[in-house]
Design a protein around this ligand. Structure first.
Ligand code: SAH
Length: 261
């Protein structure tokens, strides 16, 4: 008879994988994947894990199947170690909430741990200086789960207070006009000179960075896609220069109001 300790021990980790490259995953995320018998996630998130998945049961699922994926993960986690993975942070437009909701409704006694990851806002910001140094807001332009009029109300609310705004899901084939729409909302409250960063594939292959201004942003519409995060500066954000070169965006925290440097 195998002892209890040798029996497969179930449990579920909801793992944020960070922006893409392995070195930006947390040590805890790597450990959770190493310990998992089953790894479940979108093919695009699983692929960069490469050899980390050797010998594991890998379940690739596609966009739009999140509820089924959550149910499957919970069923397996009753008797197996399961990691369900999301890009960036699983709690930011990721799988964490739906998995916890399905788990709550199922009443299953499954151990669950949410493991944080570097979200796109932080990944993108790090590539363009320090645009998010104080208060900032994050808005997704995807209207798959949130009606467009609600998104527009939120855009007005956050732009009107002059804080930097990070746009996730800024454009896709299904919603080609949402980026331009967000820029038009920003223009109601912010100067044309307000800096804007478009960061495509931050901290992974194919990275592209554009620093522009709100007045010029629409000209960059062609570059913006579903792999991009857009940072629209706030009323205090400015272009960061080194010598003649534009490097990115700084949003001062306010030290200049208290100190001389
Ligand atoms: N859970 C993810 C977000 C998923 S929503 C996170 O925390 O990062 C998908 C959107 O995230 C994309 O449309 C894009 O706007 C953004 N995104 C995710 N990874 C990115 C990356 N490496 N570079 C730029 N944007 C990224």
């Amino acid at each position: 008879m195998p002892s209890h300790a040798e029996e497969p021990r179930g449990g579920l980790t909801i793992v944020g994988l960070g922006p893409g490259r392995r070195e930006y995953m947390t040590a805890r995320a790597l450990k959770a994947i190493a310990a998992a018998e089953y790894v479940i996630g979108n093919a695009s998130y699983l692929e960069p894990l490469g050899p980390l998945l050797a010998g594991k049961n890998v379940i690739r699922s596609s966009m739009g199947k999140e509820v089924e994926r959550a149910q499957q993960a919970i069923d397996l986690a009753r008797s197996h170690a399961v990691a369900i993975v999301s890009g960036g942070d699983a709690g930011v437009y990721g799988m964490a909430s739906i998995v916890l909701e399905v788990l709550e409704n199922s009443g299953a006694a499954v151990d669950v741990e949410v493991i944080p990851g570097v979200t796109a806002a932080n990944a993108a910001a790090s590539r363009v200086g320090s645009p998010l140094s104080g208060d900032f807001a994050v808005i997704s332009l995807s209207d798959l789960l949130t009606p467009l009029e609600v998104i527009e109300q939120r855009l007005d609310a956050v732009f009107s207070v002059g804080i930097p705004v990070v746009l996730y899901n800024p454009k896709s084939r299904g919603r080609p006009h949402n980026f331009a729409l967000a820029v038009s909302h920003a223009r109601k409250y912010l100067a044309a000179s307000t800096p804007v960063a478009i960061v495509k594939n931050a901290l992974r292959d194919g990275e592209e960075i554009i620093i522009t201004t709100l007045g010029e942003a629409e000209k960059c519409e062609g570059t913006v896609d579903m792999h991009s995060t857009v940072i629209i500066g706030g009323s205090e954000s400015r272009i960061w220069r080194r010598g003649e070169n534009v490097k990115g965006i700084i949003t001062p925290r306010g030290y200049h109001r208290k100190y001389v440097y």
